[in-house]
Design a protein around this ligand. Structure first.
Ligand code: B12
Ligand code: SF4
Length: 489
């Protein structure tokens, strides 16, 4: 009997615009790393397709392209990740797959599916429910939460005992020892089951993400690391921990916080060096959440890497700390301003004040660290003054070259955030059932602009901000990334 084959993918977003720097499909690569490692070591009688389905944005040909890969690769299992609006696309892809090859077992996971599987979301937005569509079950298994070991067990069992026996095994408590915390959902007969697993997950046991599934060109997606001649450096992203110790009201990240050891990170970095990687961007929400961050920068710099990371302004108040980061190879930091207004910052529970934004930016300038910032409009507590103050502030700091990149978002409701879940009772108001309601100008001039915003964020309101931002700092907006491309970008 021939071995089964698994195809991995990240469902593309419906937003047609450029992305901030890269398209690294982090979620799916993290989720599959133990499975790929076991397959590589011959521990699981399954092969994986070398073709990762990772289209940047939805196009007219997306479904055909996907089915084309299915025809060529003939997988027996498809494992797919969804971030944000891509869940709507994921459902369409699954439906097309069901119609063409109903025997293929479909497993889904990812940050947006976690939101869709919230019980109140399933109740209120039935069209998002993958198990109860008008075409029946569009997928076979959904995994919310930590995906890596649940996915490995699912793939192993499905290829060995088949889909239905795997479902029965899960119902018979066969998955109680799976590492990590999450929920496996599936439909057997007429009943949909949601089975919890909750065990420690040791990040230091997880093999490095299988970057060999990415094309070499993905290393040239980062504009913030360039050599002296303006060529982009070979760059990858990494994470040093998971979760965020803060709880801003609009954001879906949060606890539990988990940490990788320095040894585990360095072991991965040494392999990256052998692959010719020269720069690392840390995707962690706030790099200083990791108590070991400075030692990590130091050791990675000794290996020859340049680095960039995400941080918060309250974490860069001490100049000697910022200067030490620079000395240890940090050349770029991405920091959220959101709005340059204490009232708005307090409303979103950001725990940051404008004087910290000033001091933090000054410290970065003095230390010689390049800066990207994010700004966020459409918040329920913003005022015309706070919007103007924010745009003026960015204009001033762009003019003096203090800020290189500006990512401009519209506040969007996400079901799992404190602000999003407040709306759990207001039926039809935020009807995520129907996909992005604002897939058009001017909303698409913003990150997450196509999604659900408060009512006052009308077309005129968004256009006014977009026009001003374009007049003031068009060349720095990441939505206009084409203007920034390095020589080999
Ligand atoms: C890298 C990244 C990207 C990359 C790649 C996308 C991706 N998902 O990999 C790019 C740059 C393309 C991107 C774009 C966007 N992103 Co993004 N991104 C991230 C980031 C920084 C890291 C993702 C990651 O590697 N996490 C680490 C892994 C370990 O965690 P994880 O992603 O949750 O994956 C685990 C589980 O979800 C599960 N799992 C994941 N996939 C699968 C698949 C299967 C089959 C199974 C079983 C399990 C499983 O297992 C994994 C391991 O435990 C996160 C923030 C963060 N720190 O997580 C935001 C984040 C995922 N992005 C977010 C958003 C909003 C966006 C954009 C809308 C931004 C924009 N305006 O353009 C777009 C949308 C893209 C799309 N496809 O729809 C939000 C998602 C909110 C939500 N709940 O949906 C996040 C959480 C950031 C935030 N707090 O706002 N992003
Ligand atoms: S916005 Fe940033 S600091 Fe706030 S909770 Fe989200 S990841 Fe953490």
């Amino acid at each position: 009997m021939s071995k089964g084959k698994i195809l991995f993918g990240l469902a593309p977003t419906m937003d047609p615009h450029d992305r901030f720097f890269n398209c690294y499909p982090g979620s799916i690569l993290h989720a599959i790393s133990p499975l790929v490692d076991d397959i590589d070591q011959g521990k699981i009688a399954l092969e994986y397709s070398p073709a990762l389905f990772n289209a940047r944005n939805v196009r007219e040909t997306t479904i055909d392209d996907f089915l084309g890969i299915i025809d060529t690769e003939k997988p027996s299992i498809v494992a797919m990740s969804s971030t944000f609006d891509s869940w709507h696309v994921a459902l369409k892809l699954s439906k097309a797959l069901r119609q063409k090859r109903p025997e293929v077992v479909v497993i889904h996971g990812g940050p947006y599916l976690d939101e869709v599987l919230e019980p109140w979301v399933r109740r209120r937005m039935p069209r998002l429910d993958p198990f109860e569509s008008e075409y029946g079950s569009l997928i076979d298994f959904a995994v919310a939460g930590d995906g890596e070991y649940a996915l490995r067990e699912l793939a192993k069992d499905i290829s060995k005992i088949g889909k239905e026996e795997t479902m029965r095994k899960i119902l018979d408590n066969g998955y109680q020892n799976v590492s990590g915390r999450g929920i496996i959902s599936f439909k057997l007969g007429d009943d949909t089951h949601h089975i919890n697993f909750s065990n420690p997950l040791d990040l230091n046991q997880i093999p490095p993400v299988p970057r060999h599934l990415l094309p070499a060109s993905s290393m040239y997606d980062f504009d913030c690391f360039k050599d002296s001649k303006g060529f982009r450096l070979e760059t990858v992203t990494m994470i040093s921990h998971r979760g965020c110790k803060n709880r801003c009201v609009f954001c879906s990240e949060g606890l539990p916080y988990q940490q990788r050891s320095l040894e585990h990170i360095l072991a991965e970095a040494k392999k990256l060096k052998e692959m010719g990687v020269k720069a690392i961007f840390f995707d962690d929400s706030t790099i200083q959440d990791d108590d070991n961050h400075m030692r990590m920068f130091h050791e990675l710099h000794k290996l020859g890497f340049e680095m960039g990371a995400l941080t918060r302004f309250d974490m860069i108040q001490d100049y000697s700390h910022v200067a030490e980061m620079r000395k240890n190879g940090v050349v770029y930091l991405y920091v959220a301003i959101e709005q340059y207004d204490d009232g708005v910052l307090s409303g979103m529970l950001k725990n940051i004040h404008v004087y910290q934004i000033d001091r933090g930016l000054d410290n970065l300038m003095k230390a010689g660290i390049r800066v990207g910032v994010s700004i966020l409009f459409g918040l329920p507590y913003e005022t015309p003054e706070s919007v103007k103050r924010t745009l003026d502030y960015i204009r001033r700091r762009v003019a003096t070259d203090d800020i290189q990149y500006v990512s401009m978002s519209l506040f969007s409701y996400h079901p799992r955030t404190p602000e999003g879940s407040k709306n759990s009772g207001s039926v039809n108001h935020f009807d995520f059932n129907n996909g992005p309601p604002n897939l058009r100008y001017p909303f698409l001039g913003f990150e997450e602009g196509s999604w659900y915003h408060p009512d006052f964020v009308t077309e005129d309101y968004a256009r006014d901000i977009l026009v001003q931002a374009n007049e003031m700092f068009v060349h720095r907006l990441v939505r206009n990334m084409e203007m920034h491309r390095g020589k080999n970008g």
